[in-house]
Design a binder for this molecule. Structure first.
Ligand code: FAD
Length: 318
């Protein structure tokens, strides 16, 4: 079922959903099932599965030459989504990224997803490849999420890349995109970033999932700005429990967000990680309560495939 339908059917009740990471390569599907088993009690209408592009390393040859070799760290998102929908009968939302894919490869992935009966996708650009300072589009691939979104919209209209293919069956994907209450880090200012978000919705994006935030006012201001500017699709807040002191540095660095002073001070004064987890939990429960009161359609938790801290929070809300 489409995410938009799940939200409509909930009739204003806030839903809970979760994002999982494909496990490190070598692990089996059992690790995903263990995480799912823990989360199913909250009846998630959908589960997101992230996509991680290949990394690369340089292999030294005896003659002094270096060979650039790409390698994968995690198994593919499509297969994990297929396993989830079959075993748990919940919708799985694969993340599709531009980086590392030609348009043909993207079309092939979408054909597979359509074949599997997957109704939703999250269309993203993806970050720069490890070791690169900036995002470099893959030759023959897309440069922005708008371009990837256009490809999905085209397929929804029966338009494939090559006109001479035998079938041009229309797909019917419900496409979501990312939104940044604190601005995307590459954008020169908030309004420019916002202009591209509006463009994505005008092109056919049917829901927005936000980057994580620790200050609910940022989400509220973002939603109000969206509504004032004609963006009326569901805006799903992305949430993450803070679980270690180190994250006071890593989360702002990686996700380009602010941690409110009150929270950073409270975490700083903790004596051990158990205390930090308690502070992080209390903070996020409060965030969730405010979001429910504000009418957030879904609370979407970035679990990093470690369901424990998220479970403790949702248990207090469900
Ligand atoms: P875009 O919408 O393409 O925006 C990138 C930048 O370009 C922005 O500054 C924007 O303002 C600007 N821009 C947008 N469109 C245009 C245009 N047409 N012309 C010029 N400028 C433009 N990364 C992964 O690798 N795998 C994942 O599974 C993953 N999941 C994510 C889930 C969520 C909910 C979020 C919020 C992020 C996720 N990311 C993931 C990270 C994401 O890929 C990065 O934040 C990336 O840097 C931007 O992706 P985007 O889709 O927002 O890009």
């Amino acid at each position: 079922m489409k995410i938009t339908e799940h939200i409509k059917n909930a009739k204003g009740k806030t839903l809970f959903s979760f994002e999982l990471l494909p496990p490190a390569k070598g692990q089996g599907i059992q690790s995903i099932f263990q995480t799912m088993d823990e989360l199913m009690e909250f009846k998630p209408p959908f589960i997101d599965v992230t996509y991680h592009r290949e990394d690369y390393l340089y292999k030294e040859h005896g003659n002094g030459l270096l060979e650039r070799v790409s390698y994968r760290k995690r198994p593919g998102t499509v297969a994990i989504c297929a396993a989830i929908i079959n075993k748990y009968k919940v919708d799985a939302v694969p993340h599709l990224i531009c980086g590392g894919f030609t348009k043909e490869e993207t079309e092939n992935a979408l054909i597979d997803l359509n074949f599997l009966g997957i109704d939703n996708v999250l269309a993203l650009r993806g970050d720069a490849q490890r070791g690169e300072p900036n995002f470099i589009p893959t030759p023959g691939g897309h440069a922005y999420a708008t371009d990837l979104l256009q490809q999905v919209v085209d397929m929804n209209n029966g338009k494939y890349l090559h006109e001479d293919v035998e079938s041009s069956e229309k797909t019917d994907f419900c496409v979501g995109v990312a939104g940044y209450p604190e601005k995307h880090f590459e954008s020169p200012n908030f309004n420019t970033d916002f202009k591209w978000l509006k463009k994505k919705v005008e092109m056919g994006a049917e829901f927005i999932v936000t980057q994580m935030f620790f200050n609910v006012d940022k989400y509220k201001e973002f939603v109000v700005k969206c509504r004032d500017n004609g963006i009326h699709v569901p805006i799903i807040p992305g949430l993450k429990p803070l679980t270690s002191k180190k994250q006071l540095i890593t989360l702002p660095r990686v996700f380009h967000l602010d941690i409110p002073e009150e929270l950073s001070d409270a975490v700083d004064s903790c004596k051990n990680n158990a205390d930090v987890r308690a502070v992080g939990q209390e903070w996020l429960v409060q965030q969730c309560k405010e979001l429910i009161d504000f009418g957030a359609p879904v609370l979407h938790f970035y679990t990093m495939s470690n369901p424990g801290p998220t479970k403790k929070i949702v248990e207090q809300l469900a």
